[in-house]
Design a protein around this ligand. Structure first.
Ligand SMILES: NC(=O)c1ccc[n+]([C@@H]2O[C@H](COP(=O)([O-])OP(=O)(O)OC[C@H]3O[C@@H](n4cnc5c(N)ncnc54)[C@H](OP(=O)(O)O)[C@@H]3O)[C@@H](O)[C@H]2O)c1
Length: 352
């Protein structure tokens, strides 16, 4: 049984490849450019496969004897479909690192096809959406017939070029919440509140985070909102962006911003990764006041992502890969997040 990392020489792909080898796996490193792949293979002693996503037969051939693909090349709104097609044609499990709402939504529509192929389709196996999905499901499981689920994220540290480019790709899109069981588009920064992250209360703004979609599969809770802790100035800019959505959606503006991003560093430095940390808060409640609230303290977001992705590959290689569309919690259970070394979960409050 083998696993293939596509986009292995990107910033996050490299972290995952190194983590996988450190955990005793020998992933096949893949992507569209041979030079960086060969360089990594020399350093890590792993096999290499080269294939462009625009060549479907080549992509299928790359997956021939592979158990699972971890797709590390985003933005997934562009790169996801050809890899998912190839996985479903070859019966290969598909995992990715998406945080893009459209990708989470589109992949839910491939559930029947994936079941028929005997393949698991599991998007968002990074910081987005493993902690929010697992912790949200953990609190929802403690409040029977909960009607409201809220999740809030705090991440200390910087982001990679790939993440910035993916965010730019999504610019101009509004927010997303779930109400009465259905996804509902709302303006950017639609809701605001404060959340106790353990060290202190922080102001958080609603964002279209993956758990808004995944909690519709992981739980029965009909209303879900996700939030991110952001400095007040960033919150104001985000809320104001609703007035210039047309401009932000305009292709030339996005291309210019992506070129500017390329002038910056590829991602957090090793020191920044060591110093960064994340806290996720989740609360489920019922109208009669019954509620459960929990917090998860974890490593910096890219370290978290690499560890979560490798933990998922290990679960698959150990034989756990239910076919069809899955979330981290439906595939591996709510405790899966505790496989991520350095995470600690606390049940803060449970009332009845
Ligand atoms: N869920 C999470 O918490 C989480 C965490 C980390 C990253 N991410 C996401 O993961 C993605 C990658 O992030 P990153 O930091 O690794 O970015 P990155 O350093 O820019 O790497 C992106 C990789 O994707 C490849 N790629 C892009 N478009 C491609 C295409 N059309 N065909 C083949 N390969 C393509 C690039 O290859 P070339 O150099 O050949 O173009 C590169 O190897 C982003 O979408 C990011 O948002 C999510």
């Amino acid at each position: 049984m083998s696993v293939l990392l596509y986009g292995a020489y990107g910033y996050t792909g490299r972290l995952i490849a190194r983590e996988a080898v450190a955990q005793g796996l020998s992933p096949i490193l893949a992507g569209r450019r041979p030079e960086p792949l060969n360089e990594m293979a020399d350093a890590l002693g792993t096999p290499v496969r080269v294939g462009d996503l625009t060549a479907p037969r080549r992509v299928r051939a790359m997956l021939d004897d592979v158990t699972a693909v971890l797709h590390c090349a985003g933005p997934y709104v562009h790169t996801g479909p050809p890899m998912v097609d190839a996985c479903l044609e070859t019966g290969t499990h598909y995992l990715d690192l998406t945080g893009e709402m459209d990708v989470f939504r589109d992949l839910t529509t491939r559930d029947a096809e994936a079941r028929e192929a005997g393949a698991m389709v599991l998007p968002g196996i990074g910081f987005d959406v493993v902690p929010s999905d697992c912790l949200g499901t953990f609190v929802a499981d403690r409040v029977p017939e909960a009607t409201t689920l809220e999740v809030a994220l705090f991440a200390q540290g910087t982001v990679s070029q790939g993440t910035l480019k993916t965010l730019i790709e999504q610019m101009g899109r509004g927010g997303l919440v779930r109400r009465a069981g259905a996804l509902r588009e709302v303006p950017p920064g639609w809701a605001r509140r404060t959340v106790d992250f353990g060290d202190r209360e922080r102001s958080v703004l609603s964002i279209p985070e993956g758990s808004v979609v995944t909690s519709g599969y992981s739980t029965d809770v009909p209303n879900a909102t996700a939030y991110l802790a952001l400095p007040p100035i960033v919150q104001s800019v985000l809320r104001a962006s609703r007035y210039v959505r047309g401009l932000l959606s305009w292709g030339p503006v996005k291309s210019l911003l992506k070129r500017l991003v390329e002038l910056g560093p590829p991602g957090p430095t090793p020191d920044q990764r060591r110093q960064g940390r994340t806290v996720v808060w989740a609360s489920a409640r019922r109208p009669d006041g019954e509620r459960a609230t929990a917090r998860l303290h974890g490593p910096e977001a890219y370290t978290f992502t690499a560890r979560a992705a490798v933990a998922a590959l290990q679960r698959i290689l150990d034989g756990t890969a239910p076919p069809g569309y899955q979330t981290p919690a439906t595939a591996f259970g709510t405790d899966f997040v505790l496989d991520v070394q350095g995470t600690e979960r606390t049940l803060v409050a449970a009332s009845s």
